[in-house]
Design a binder for this molecule. Structure first.
Ligand SMILES: [Zn+2]
Length: 227
């Protein structure tokens, strides 16, 4: 059974989540005429800098990456990086629910509950709440994987890990756009063999592809789908 996606909402904690987790799929679906919106909950990298100072606004990078991938609409919220656990569930749910009501997607892609990043897990939860069955438009919720967050998820102590059950085939051009979009984030790309290197991104696409006997793919875990 094939479900056609018409309106896709991608919900991430940080600018780059969307690209690392689903950049190739977003590029492919944009080429196929799907209307795509992006919602990012945080907009600084203060806690990532070596001395905790030098907060950098990421709006420009997020918008450039989105344009490269073919995302039409970008909403960036101003919560603090690595500080989403200081925001109430009510507030986070309210923000994501508002995005869903406003855009009326049929499909949501978001971060995994299993990630070591607390921000990722909290955003995943809020996206699931916003996309729950009810009066809304959402027919499918999927989570994606992010290297050095999802593949080290066991360090969080959670009893669950990311278990892909959905693969999106990619052409070389989609992977190239994913890598180009990542370059918008500059220093997020590290030299090989770091998992967030260009070669690391390609290696994951090849591995996920070979799992389903195709050249390149991105893998997802379906939370719920209604046919
Ligand atoms: Zn992230």
């Amino acid at each position: 059974m094939h479900r056609k996606i018409s309106k896709l909402l991608v919900v991430g904690a940080h600018g780059d989540d969307e690209t690392l987790g689903a950049g190739g799929t977003i590029a492919r679906l944009a080429d196929e005429g799907v209307t795509i919106a992006l919602c990012i909950l945080t907009n600084d990298d203060g806690s990532r800098s070596a001395n905790g100072t030098g907060v950098v606004n990421r709006t420009g990078a997020i918008e450039l990456a989105a344009k490269t991938l073919g995302i039409e609409r970008v909403r960036i919220h101003e919560f603090g990086d690595n500080r989403l656990d200081t925001v109430s569930h009510l507030e986070l749910n309210r923000v994501v629910e508002h995005e869903v009501r406003d855009f009326e997607p049929d499909t949501i892609l978001t971060t995994s509950m299993c990630d070591l990043s607390t921000d990722h897990a909290l955003v995943s939860r809020a996206a699931r709440v916003a996309g729950r069955p009810g009066k809304g438009s959402v027919q499918e919720v999927r989570t994606f994987e992010i290297r050095s967050a999802t593949d080290v998820g066991e360090a969080s102590g959670l009893p669950v890990t990311f278990r892909p059950n959905c693969w999106q085939r990619l052409e070389e051009s989609h992977l190239e756009r994913k890598i180009e979009a990542l370059r918008a984030y500059g220093k997020e790309l590290e030299p090989w063999p770091h998992p967030r290197s260009e070669r690391g991104v390609r290696a994951l696409a090849e591995y996920r592809g070979s799992q389903v006997s195709t050249e390149l793919a991105e893998a997802f875990e379906i939370v719920r789908v209604v046919h």
